[in-house]
Design a protein around this ligand. Structure first.
Ligand code: SF4
Length: 150
């Protein structure tokens, strides 16, 4: 599994400070994709288990959630990283362009964002978006947390 970006983000998971890994190799190819550089498999840097653990240790007490932007196409690796994050006290989130995800991935997530990018409908901050931000445990859709003036 390769990542093209690693950053600390504050808005993608409401109420959480998230360590965000953007994984390369997305095969969904949404029209108007914000980052077509992510389509190429193997671009960016290898996400090794030791580096992942180093990052978890580094941000312990500062960040509260580990967020993957994609990576569901590396199911076994993704599950193993999500388990490691939980074991180290982090909540977990996946932003996916798929509308349905394998139960084995969902069971390791606190939240999931589903749905491809459709320019006409907009992202999570649009009231007419096709995308959903879901709390996995309850299956509640929490899109209202992203709407301005909420
Ligand atoms: S899911 Fe995201 S990265 Fe993949 S093609 Fe769509 S917008 Fe681009």
């Amino acid at each position: 599994m390769y990542y093209s970006n690693l950053e600390i983000v504050f808005q993608e998971v409401p109420g959480e400070v998230s360590i965000c890994f953007t994984i390369s190799g997305c095969g969904i190819r949404c029209k108007g994709c914000h980052s077509p550089n992510l389509w190429k498999k193997g671009s960016g840097q290898l996400l090794s288990k030791s580096f992942f653990k180093t990052i978890l240790d580094k941000y312990k007490g500062m960040a509260s959630c580990v967020l993957f932007m994609g990576g569901e196409w590396h199911k076994e690796d993704l599950i193993s990283y999500l388990k490691c994050a939980q074991k180290n006290g982090y909540k977990t989130c996946l932003y996916s362009g798929e509308t349905k995800l394998d139960e084995s991935i969902l069971s390791q997530l606190t939240w999931v964002k589903t749905g491809p990018w459709i320019e006409l409908l907009g992202g999570l901050d649009s009231p007419k978006t096709n995308q959903k931000f879901i709390e996995v445990k309850t299956n509640n859709t929490l899109n209202h947390l992203f709407l301005k003036n909420y």
